[in-house]
Design a protein around this ligand. Structure first.
Ligand SMILES: *Cc1c(COP(=O)(O)O)cnc(C)c1O
Length: 385
């Protein structure tokens, strides 16, 4: 019997080795890994410059705490500030922690406490971020939620304008809802958020934990639109596998996060920071983003070519390398079949097969994945492994 809490329905696969887009299991079977560790390994497994940066830091020292000067943090913060057009950064260890900090900051800076989020959103598993998450299944069984979170319908401008009021500290959203099924925000809706928040004195928080760090073909997904948030949160791809998250905000918020107002023992530790700096050096390159866009378009077109008229496919959608295939049936059997065929994928909600390939994957790997998916969808019966 396992000594672990059974919080995860685990797969049979035990990785023994991984490199780039490929992962090898305990039986020597190789898989094309289009999960990227749930949107974390944007540069693929064991990316060389990240590995070297981490190794170099491990040689020097591992941890000091945030009482000490930390040049690496300053540099990583500088890169994030420059890339987002925002000014100040707080480092933490995970996505939920980043959102937790963003919620605290928004409440403190505005002196108000209502946070508006959206149905089907996902913001994390802590008490505040669970309350922020617009999915009943995440909150069930935990008693009374942290108060003053209200949910609006994603891409519904009319409803949003009704929900945001004088007591609203912030509207918090994903530019592309990830866990919720790959739903992309539209510009008209974003214009409403901008206008309503300005009018009511509410901040805009963009959760870029899954969409950020190059995933959508821009360093951050808000940059695909005419939209400027007050606060953004990142995590997943930031350390390419090392745990790190960050809150990035406007200059006038700095006064509200003064000494003693927030903190983290591990946040921005030198090893994770070394990884993050190496990641940012790669993904902030304009050519890199252009390539991700191009690959995303190529993959999406390939999938559409193969599948758009298939009777079990409802819609194929996404942006950059964040792609969802919505089925007219459950997605889990397809995920299992693809595992047998050597392709690792995710789901997002019950009916969407979610693809988060490494941004470094090659064209041949995208064609191979598209072929495997098309074949698996067209030949319905599950082959016994
Ligand atoms: C994964 C995710 C989170 C939570 O991140 P953790 O590191 O698991 O705490 C929050 N928001 C979004 C959009 C995510 O995809």
């Amino acid at each position: 019997m396992s000594a672990l809490f059974p919080t995860y329905q685990k797969w049979e696969i035990e990785p023994v080795n991984a490199n780039g887009s490929w992962l090898t299991d305990q039986d020597g079977k190789r898989y094309l890994d289009f999960t990227s560790g749930i949107g974390v390994l944007n540069l693929g497994h064991c990316y060389l410059s990240v590995k070297q940066a981490v190794e170099q830091q491990l040689e020097k020292f591992w941890h000091t705490s945030n009482l000490f000067q930390n040049k690496g943090q300053e540099e990583a913060a500088g890169l994030l500030a420059k890339a987002t057009g925002l000014n100040r950064v707080f480092f933490c260890n995970s996505g939920a922690e980043a959102n937790e900090a963003a919620i605290k900051l928004a409440r403190k800076a505005t002196g108000k406490s209502k946070i508006v989020t959206f149905h089907q959103s996902f913001h994390g598993r802590t008490f505040a971020t669970m309350a922020a998450t617009g999915q009943e299944k995440v909150r069930t069984g935990y008693g009374r939620m942290l108060e003053e979170f209200e949910y609006s319908t994603f891409n519904d401008s009319v409803q949003l304008a009704e929900i945001v009021d004088e007591n609203t500290a912030a509207v918090m959203l994903e530019m592309v809802q990830g866990e919720g099924g790959i739903h992309v925000a539209n510009q008209e809706f974003l214009n409403t958020i901008k206008e309503v928040c300005a009018r009511k004195g509410a901040l805009v928080i963009v959760d870029e934990i899954q969409t950020g760090i190059g995933r959508t073909g821009k360093p951050f997904a808000f940059q695909l639109f005419d939209f400027q948030p007050d606060i953004i949160t990142v995590a997943k791809g930031l350390g390419n596998g090392l745990p790190i998250g960050a809150v990035i905000g406007k200059e006038d918020l700095a006064a509200h996060f003064g000494p003693g107002s927030h903190g983290s023992t591990f946040g921005g530790n030198p090893v994770s920071i070394a990884a993050a700096k190496a990641v940012l050096q790669q993904i902030l390159d304009a050519d890199f983003s252009a390539e991700v866009s191009e690959k995303g378009q190529y993959f999406l077109n390939k999938l559409k070519e193969e599948l758009q008229y298939d009777p079990s496919v409802k819609e194929i959608r996404g942006v950059g390398l964040m792609i969802g295939i919505e089925l007219k049936e459950e997605a889990q059997p397809l995920l299992e079949k693809l595992q047998q065929e050597g392709l690792l994928t995710l789901t997002a909600g019950p009916n969407v097969l979610r693809l988060l390939p490494p941004l470094t994957a090659e064209k041949s790997e995208f064609s191979l994945a598209a072929e495997k998916i098309a074949k698996a969808i067209k030949t319905k019966t599950v082959i016994q492994g």
